[in-house]
Design a binder for this molecule. Structure first.
Ligand code: MEV
Length: 441
């Protein structure tokens, strides 16, 4: 089967059937998928190698978003997330975007910032001049602190001096191309490797030596265009939906209280991909929110504007992600996630994560601007209740539809629905109830 992320009806089949199908479309053997994910994707003995005082591993759902197409390439996107409807919503929005050609994305070179704090330089202006004058020497010293990175084509790329004269501080940034690594250890090693020399040049005491998580030299930009027709709902016509989405964006642009929630919806998608691929989501979160506040006022990471009979969305955010080293060296499920994506390029991974973030944002604000989000959530909640009451296979959707229609989303209600459905002639199913999950296929 050709590599595709368009698999209609995927949500309806069993976990085993999904693994087999994903194996076919990604070329990763279904047995490999099963082995990597059994037992939550991480054994206690492996977890014990990660952190201290381990008792075991803590499982979360490992799912895949479908329909994602970025720069004309299809991706089956692994997402690790506990919140119902996030995966379905991203898949559903990605399907709408796909209809108009998919996401267009670009990523900066994978450059991180290494910070060295110099306290009370004797003469700040002279210190700045001395450090800038020694740039070539400092960059060569930085490269010597990370020989493996230099061998892989990365290394120190630039040096900047930032003066905070009012606080008696001078901060040096070494810009480091980390290639396919997230780079925290490399960048910290470089800060420590050059700090003493910088202190001598500045005639200052050396303070902190650490990376910056505001990785704004490593940004990703993604755009998409969706027709109003694809976005319209049963109750609202295309034009109203387009205006509703633009107004949702403008709300986030003028009000930080809304911007925080708008960005949370984006991070629903981004974090799920970041976690699935074994990356540091706290670093990504810290960078995203610092970037969102870069103007001095916290704002949205993604904005939407109406363009005739379509809506155009764009997102820009820092994404410091790696496809080598760290957790990836040992985590079987994270290794699987990259194999399913079919990439080892950290910049490409950034574009995929941001595209899923933009899709999640579109799904959220479209729902908010039309039906509200509770309807979809209730539909998915009803599916879980149906499964908990014993429904399996096709019965799950039928039971869920019945209890939503009856506004009785309880275990008892689901058990009654199962009993009724076992006598199909006696029961008439509501025709028009479409569950949130159902619309992604
Ligand atoms: C819930 O996880 C995310 C939303 O609140 C995002 C938003 O309001 O845009 C629905």
């Amino acid at each position: 089967m050709a590599r595709t992320s368009r698999i209609p009806g995927f949500y309806k089949i069993t976990v085993g059937e999904r693994r087999a199908l994903i194996g076919e479309v990604t070329g990763v053997d279904a047995d490999v998928i099963e082995e990597a994910l059994e037992g939550g994707g991480l054994r206690a003995e492996t977890a014990d190698k990660f952190v201290e005082n381990v008792l075991g591993a803590y499982g979360l759902p490992f799912a895949v978003a479908l329909n994602v197409r970025v720069n004309a390439r299809d991706y089956v996107v692994p997402m690790v997330v506990e919140e119902p409807s996030v995966v379905a919503a991203a898949s559903n929005a990605a399907k709408m975007v796909r209809g108009a050609g998919g996401f267009q994305a670009e990523a900066d070179a994978p450059v991180m910032i290494s910070q060295v704090q110099l306290v009370r330089p004797r003469d700040p202006a002279a210190a700045e001049e001395a450090i800038l004058g020694a740039k070539a020497e400092i960059l060569a010293m930085a490269d010597r602190a990370a020989p493996g990175l230099v061998a892989r084509g990365g290394g120190a790329r630039g040096l900047e001096v930032r003066r905070f004269d009012e606080t008696g501080m001078l901060v040096v940034h070494i810009l480091v191309d980390c290639r396919d690594a997230m780079g925290a250890n490399l960048v910290n090693a470089i800060a420590e490797g050059v700090a003493e020399r910088l202190g001598a040049l500045a005639e200052a005491r050396v303070g902190l030596r650490i990376l910056s998580n505001l990785s704004d030299r490593r940004c990703v930009r993604v755009r998409c265009r969706v027709s109003g027709e694809a976005l319209s709902t049963g109750d609202m016509d295309a034009s109203e939906v387009l205006d509703g989405i633009e107004n949702a964006s403008r709300f986030a642009e003028c009000d930080p209280y809304r911007a925080a929630t708008h960005n949370k919806g984006i991070m629903n998608g981004v974090d799920a991909v970041v976690i699935a691929t074994g990356n540091d989501w706290r670093a990504v979160e810290a960078g995203a929110h610092a970037f969102a506040a870069r103007s001095g006022k916290y704002g949205p990471l993604a904005v939407w504007r109406r363009d005739g009979d379509a809506i155009v969305g764009s997102i820009e955010m820092p994404l410091a992600l790696g496809t080598v080293g760290g957790t990836l060296r040992v985590h079987p499920a994270a290794q699987l996630a990259l194999r399913l994506l079919g990439t080892t390029d950290a910049c490409e991974l950034g574009t995929i994560a941001a595209a899923v973030g933009l899709a999640s944002n579109l799904a959220a604000i479209r729902a908010l601007a039309t039906d509200g989000i509770q309807r979809g959530h209730m539909g998915l909640h009803a599916r879980s209740v149906a499964v908990a009451a014993g429904a399996r296979g096709e019965l799950v959707e039928k039971v869920a539809a019945l209890i939503v229609e009856a506004r009785d989303i309880t275990l008892e209600g689901a058990r009654r629905a199962i009993a009724a459905l076992e006598l199909p002639a006696a029961v008439e199913l509501p025709a028009a109830v479409e569950l949130d999950g159902a619309s992604q296929g």
